[in-house]
Design a protein around this ligand. Structure first.
Ligand SMILES: [Zn+2]
Length: 237
């Protein structure tokens, strides 16, 4: 087996594990609807789910298609063919991205239905530099040219997620498990934001505090594991 073929097989297995992680997190609607793609590094091809439900995803349901939607290997079911460009637009617009996930995560989709961005009111978003408001792309049918252009309109270089009005959410990152992390953090933030609005309004973390949060996380990460032999001044402060 060539190393490229082996790499593609590894990515397929990773997608199955990612689907299970998403289901476990609850960042998915009760129907289990969702789709995801992983770009094959250094190519204009991606593995794309050929089912619209992540519950029983298996490695033989992940055809290889070009970013433009031509099937290279395997078969793409009609429902998944509808959403090829919803994934392709992300890779086209933000060329550093390696994976895209789409679900109807309930709390996040609540904001999409209300046409309200999700902002940095939760420390989890601050730590992982998801500090820009997550914008809402106007509604049009999934994967349609209009919908795709609305997604492109609201994406910036720093975007890691887009809310799809009246529909759901897209998250994307350099690698698949990081895209899962963005999805789960966003769903947590959306749930908290919604609950906070019942008793007041979510309060935003000020920019200086965001920078402090990130700097502190970085400093602890650089110090590494704390053990009995770690000098006292490097213990928790
Ligand atoms: Zn959808």
């Amino acid at each position: 087996m060539s190393s490229q073929v082996a790499r593609v097989e590894q990515l397929r297995e990773q997608m199955v594990r990612a689907a299970q992680a998403i289901l476990k997190s609850g960042a998915i609607s009760r129907s289990g609807h969702g789709n995801m793609s992983v770009r094959i590094p250094g190519t204009d091809t991606m593995l794309l789910t050929s089912v619209s439900n992540l519950e029983h995803l298996s490695v033989d349901q992940l055809p290889l298609v070009t970013l433009g939607g031509r099937v290279v290997d395997g078969e793409l079911d009609p429902t998944s063919a509808e959403i090829v460009h919803m994934h392709g637009v992300v890779y086209g617009k933000n060329t550093g991205m390696g994976a895209v996930i789409h679900t109807h995560a309930p709390y996040t989709t609540t904001f999409a239905v209300a046409n309200r961005p999700i902002e940095c009111w939760y420390e989890g978003l601050a730590r992982f530099d998801l500090t820009d408001p997550v914008a809402v792309a106007r509604y049009a049918p999934r994967g349609s040219p209009e919908s795709v252009s609305y997604i492109a309109d609201v994406m910036t270089e720093r975007s890691r997620a887009v809310l799809l009005q009246n529909h759901g959410v897209l998250t994307f990152e350099h690698d698949l498990m990081s895209a899962v992390r963005v999805l789960v953090l966003l769903e947590e933030a959306a749930e908290l934001g919604l609950r906070a609005s019942l008793i007041g309004q979510p309060t935003l973390i000020p920019q200086a505090a965001i920078e402090y949060t990130q700097r502190r996380a970085q400093e602890f990460a650089e110090r590494g594991q704390v053990t009995a032999h770690t000098p006292m001044e490097d213990h928790l402060h």
